[in-house]
Design a protein around this ligand. Structure first.
Ligand code: T5A
Ligand code: NA
Length: 221
């Protein structure tokens, strides 16, 4: 595969419930795209390595408390502090694959049912961030996710919260941009089955984006 220097990279995001297999599949997709000769960067949110990310980590692990709106803004700030880098990588021809993005930012906060933090309020802070060319939503039931290794150690890993998060992911897909960007992948199969479904979807979507020579877009209200 030949890539001209003027061709932009793509923004691909993985989303889903806790333990749906995002990190596993993110790594496999990065390796696959690299094997196809593409320049690829792998990112994740929350990025716990920054000062803001450390505050988020302390909150998630129960070491600190945060007011609902305040922690929401920290999660959003953690994306904004990376936004310029993501944009410039894509413009210079590198594809960026991200493990969780603003969708998680919206649904996990809205799932708390704080009366002044609905989905629309939560989404507002994300307007202007680079918009994904594709969001792969790894779909698994909360029950199935709960029996996977490591579940239950962090703040949001409770059945009731996960059920509400799943409903809100569905509600988010009623926005026309998210409806266009999100593709639901059945994540209940083996790692290899899920990987194959992802590769098929990625090839199709990136082919469409390239055929249209579509520029990188940004999240709109
Ligand atoms: N959050 C995040 C917010 O509230 N606001 C925000 O803005 C953002 C960005 C931490 C929390 O932060 C919240 C959401 C989260 O609650 P995180 O660090 O991404 O977010 O943590 P998790 O999503 O919880 O990451 P996990 O590691 O739990 O889940 P993954 O990445 O979905 O799953 P993965 O790949 O690590 O796999 C989990 C286990 O399942 C096995 C794996 O080997 C592993 O043991 N597995 C499979 N088993 C059977 N079949 C398959 N197909 C499997 N695929 C993987
Ligand atoms: Na993960």
């Amino acid at each position: 595969m030949t890539t001209s220097s003027s061709k932009r990279g793509h923004l691909i995001v993985f989303e889903g419930l806790d333990r749906s297999g995002k990190s596993t599949q993110c790594e496999r997709l990065v390796e696959y795209l690299q094997s196809q000769g593409q320049k690829v960067e792998h990112a994740r949110f929350p990025n716990r390595s920054t000062v803001i990310g450390q505050m988020i980590n302390n909150y998630l692990t129960g070491t600190s408390q945060q007011e609902d709106h305040a922690i929401h803004l920290l999660f959003s700030a953690n994306r904004w502090e990376a936004a310029e880098k993501i944009k410039s990588s894509i413009e210079s021809g590198t594809t960026v694959v991200i493990d969780r993005y603003y969708y998680s930012g919206c649904v996990y906060s809205a799932a708390k049912r704080n009366p002044t933090m609905d989905l629309a309020w939560c989404r507002h802070m994300e307007v202007g961030l680079p918009r994904p060319d594709l969001c792969l939503f790894l779909d698994i039931t909360a029950e199935k996710a709960a029996i996977r290794r490591g579940f239950g150690t962090e703040r949001y890993e409770k059945q009731e919260m996960q059920d509400r998060v799943r409903e809100l992911f569905a509600e988010m897909r009623t926005h026309p941009d998210e409806e266009e960007d999100i593709v639901v992948i059945d994540a209940g199969g083996t790692v290899e089955q899920v990987e194959a479904a992802i590769q098929t979807t990625v090839k199709r979507r990136l082919g469409e984006v390239e055929a249209e020579s579509r520029p990188l877009r940004f999240i709109q209200p």
